[in-house]
Each structure stands twice: as C-alpha cells, then as structure tokens.
Design a protein around this ligand. Sequence first.
Ligand SMILES: [Zn+2]
Length: 316
Amino acid sequence: MKNAVLSTVITLSTVLSAAQASDIMLAKTIKPELRQKIERDLNVIENFKFTGKANPATLKTMNLFTLNAASATDWLNQRVNYIISENALSVFNLLVKRVIFVERKDVDFPNADVIPYSMDKEIQKNFVEIQDGMNAEEGFTVMSNIGSALYLGGKNERQVYGMKVSRGFLRKSERVAVTSPRAGIIQIGEGLFAPELTVNRENEGALANSIFRLGTFFHEARHSDGNGRSLGFMHTICPAGHDYEGQPACDENLNGPYTVGALMMAEMAKTCDDQTCSEKDKQTLKLLVLDSANRILPTTHKGEKSVEWDARPESL
Ligand SMILES: [Zn+2]
C-alpha cells in the first residue's frame, strides 16, 4: 500500500513537471547572472495567470484548445529544449571543441525535392537570417534558433548535424542530433537584457520586461516549426518603404514568428493592471505588439496574398 501511494506521488510529480519550462536545459556556459534572468522569465510563464478569454486567432495560430500557463509552457517546451550562450559557436568552440559535428552523412531527408522558402533563390539574393536582433549589422545577438538553422543547413547538404551542449566542468556534454527543426537549440545573448530592449528601465524586475522577452521566446520557438516550403518559418526582407526596409525582419505568412510573438505578447499584456504594470509599460507593450504585427506582410514579394503556412514540423 505504501508503495502504491509512493508510485502515485511519483507519477503525479512526473505529470506536473512535464509542463514546466524548467525542462528546458540551460547550457552550463551561460553566465550565472544571465542564467538567473532567463530562469526568472521561464518561471513567469510557468505561473502566468492569463486573464479573460484568449483571442481566437491566438488559439488557431498556436493550435491550442485553451490558453493557460500549462498550455503556453507546453507549447514552448515542444519547441525549445536547449538554451546556449552567445559564444557557444565561437571559432574556438567550433574548431577546437568541435561543438558542431556531422552525425550522419548521405541522409535522405523528407521533402527533399521541396525548396524551403529560405533557400528560394529570389529570397536568398539578399537573405541572411540566422539571428533575430534589433541591430543585426552590429552583431547584437538577442535570440536565434540554431537548431532550426542546423537542420536546414544539414538538409541542404544531406547530412545530419549534431551539437554538443555543455553540461558543466568535468561532465560529458550532451550530444544533440539535429534530426528535425524541433531540435530546439536556442541561443540567447546578453542583448536580450540590454537597456534598448527593456520596456521598463527603472524597474528591472517589472512584469512588462518579462512579457516582452517571453514574446521573443515564443517568436523564436515558432522557428522550430514547418516542413518543406515552410521549414523553419524563415523571415523575408522587408520591402521598400517599410520601417525595416532591407532587413530580414518581416514574415510573408500569417502564422509565423512575428504573428506568434505579437499574439502572445498581447495575451500576456492583457493581464496588466494598476498593480503590475505602469501606464507607460502598457503603452510600450502596445507599441511593441504593433511593431511585430507591422512585420507581417499582407502581400508576398511575388504580389500574392499572404496565407498561413503549414506549421507541422518535418522530422527524420
Ligand atoms: Zn525570427
């Protein structure tokens, strides 16, 4: 009897922990201070009290029945598995530590004959998207979905890449085979916490700051989706006349990273009240939602109406 109770407790705790963002592994090379900040944000979403009814567009875009802390955390968990530091792919780490290696060669990938959107010659002419940042030219790393980029690059070369994720001094690093855009290896730079990206600079711990960063997390998680043409939900160059003209900071679909980021930021901002957000926080979050929404192009570079892309992830 005692055992039965014990096993129930164990089962229960397994089920509960299944929906915790703490399942996301943070590489040991992430500095303690940065680690603490990331963990605090993940803790915010794990315990988020969404208020009111979710926008039907949010549920549809994210393929969720309900929006609550558990479903949002679970959505993130399916797409983000590892967080690595901004120097994880330094020349030293690549050449000496061989953090990226070829796991398998001559691999037949699914949808091998379909050119992913990001490899489209027309897009590629002036297309270099791996990193999402406010200031890509100056190498201001905010967040990048390395797993998705490695899958895409590997597919192009018919090989599966692997990545070593550090688990600490004297511990063997975890070798992650990138067999799907869902490998979920996300790189986070100090830039994510830079003043330029901080909604409320007077109060570092303000909810609005976490809401914005979590919006970025959801954006990045969307890059872990897609198959064939939609693989990785890569961005396009914003057209002439756009606020981000010439930068790979727009989407030519209606359910991509900018849509997910905008919808989730808006859902989280709905919980703002006089206790948790200042008037300025609320206004800034509104502007940031609009900024993301503004990057969703209603018309593609081919002059066609943008549509929703197939979000199902392909996998080996
Ligand atoms: Zn992006």
